[in-house]
Design a protein around this ligand. Structure first.
Ligand SMILES: CCCCCCCC(=O)OC[C@H](COP(=O)(O)O[C@H]1[C@H](O)[C@@H](OP(=O)(O)O)[C@H](OP(=O)(O)O)[C@@H](OP(=O)(O)O)[C@H]1O)OC(=O)CCCCCCC
Length: 324
């Protein structure tokens, strides 16, 4: 019964089913492993039982494995997986800043270069999206691939049977950013002045739509800080609608770094419509547009296929680094 449920929960991910093991775990290369969360108690019942993961690691990679836990939402005692465990916390379905991706690559590279028998195990909750983002970054880092689509496709084939590995558009965008970083070096951080957001969707005609703008701040690269919500009084945002297009106008709103824009409706109840992530240093020109529903992160079923969103900027300036 438990095995059946585990198979249902792991959906189309490739499982390791040899020598009596049956784990939601895939070798992406012979030294890089992606797996679902090593669960204890109730979670071990429907994901990978931690004890079975430990037995797997001891059986095939005794003294030669290191684990990276990407979950911000869960943790376990590292000693239960041999002690050689690091965390780079990310939120489910979200991006990791480039410095977190670089940190991951350096940890993996350092570990794999120590001994040719060493393997690196990465997991998040399902071991698909966040793990894929980081593993694809590493595949580019070691120049196994020279562009992000090929790295993403390779990962998807190795981890799933349906070719759907990293599917969140912003996660794919950040793999592309990381590739740009590897090829061209770090970009100058820029602040951009946001003038307008235009959202086109059938929903706009009948529903109130609000936008919450957030960024990462401080040392916790996954913790979000809200900068502005268009719903709040005093946010000084103008709103005009024409047909199925809504235009929000901003004054003096400067943004920089990794930005999350979440679109919500409060009718009939508070619900997320979709969100997007981007980094201001990678915006080319004065416009950032996503013109297809499949370019939006976790779009609600109520969004029509022809919906699109554009951000318009009127100014940019290099970000002045504050002395800490
Ligand atoms: C009889 C019960 C049958 C259950 C059948 C469940 C069938 C089923 O849908 O199982 C899957 C669900 C949700 O599955 P998970 O709880 O594992 O959630 C997944 C996880 O968030 C992935 O992110 P990450 O951790 O890889 O970063 C995400 O990938 P992404 O961010 O790329 O979208 C994936 O989206 P996706 O689905 O691939 O679009 C989610 O499904 O499992 C549960 O909710 C746990 C259920 C626990 C049930 C316990 C019962 C005792």
């Amino acid at each position: 019964m438990a095995a059946l449920i585990r198979h249902m929960v792991s959906k189309k991910k490739r499982r390791f089913m040899e020598d009596g093991f049956d784990l939601d775990l895939s070798y992406i290369t012979d030294r890089i492993i992606a797996m679902a969360y090593p669960g204890e108690c109730w979670e071990g019942f429907f994901r990978n039982p931690l004890s079975e993961v430990m037995r797997f690691l001891k059986t095939y990679h005794e003294r030669h494995f290191k684990v990276i836990n990407l979950c911000s939402e869960r943790d376990y005692d590292p000693a239960k997986l041999g002690g050689n465990v690091e965390r780079i916390p990310m939120e489910d379905h979200q991006i990791a800043p480039l410095d977190a991706m670089l940190k991951y690559c350096r940890i993996v590279d350092d570990w794999l270069s120590k001994d040719e028998n060493n393997v690196l195990v990465t997991h998040c909750k399902a071991g698909k999206g966040r793990s894929g983002l980081m593993i694809c970054a590493y595949l580019l880092y070691i120049r196994k691939f020279h562009d992000s689509p090929n790295a993403l496709q390779f990962y998807a084939e190795k981890r799933t049977t349906n070719g759907k590995g990293v599917t969140i558009p912003s996660q794919k965008r950040y793999v592309e950013y990381f590739h740009d970083y590897l090829v061209n070096g770090p970009r100058q951080e820029v602040e951009m002045q946001l003038a307008q957001i235009a959202l086109t969707s059938n929903l706009v005609a009948t529903k109130e739509v609000n936008v919450v703008i957030s960024t990462h701040q401080g040392n916790d690269s996954w913790r979000l800080t809200k900068l502005l919500s268009t719903k709040e009084e005093g946010s000084k945002v103008s709103c005009s609608k024409s047909g199925n297009t809504m235009v929000l106008g901003f004054t003096s709103l400067w943004i920089s770094g990794d930005m999350k824009f979440e679109f919500q409706t409060s009718e009939p109840y508070q619900a997320r419509l979709f969100y997007i992530w981007f980094n201001t240093a990678y915006v080319e020109g004065t416009e950032f547009s996503l013109l297809h529903k499949q370019d939006l992160d976790k779009p609600s079923k109520s969004m029509d296929p022809s919906c699109q969103v554009s951000l318009f900027f009127v100014g940019s300036r290099p970000k002045v680094q504050k002395n800490e």
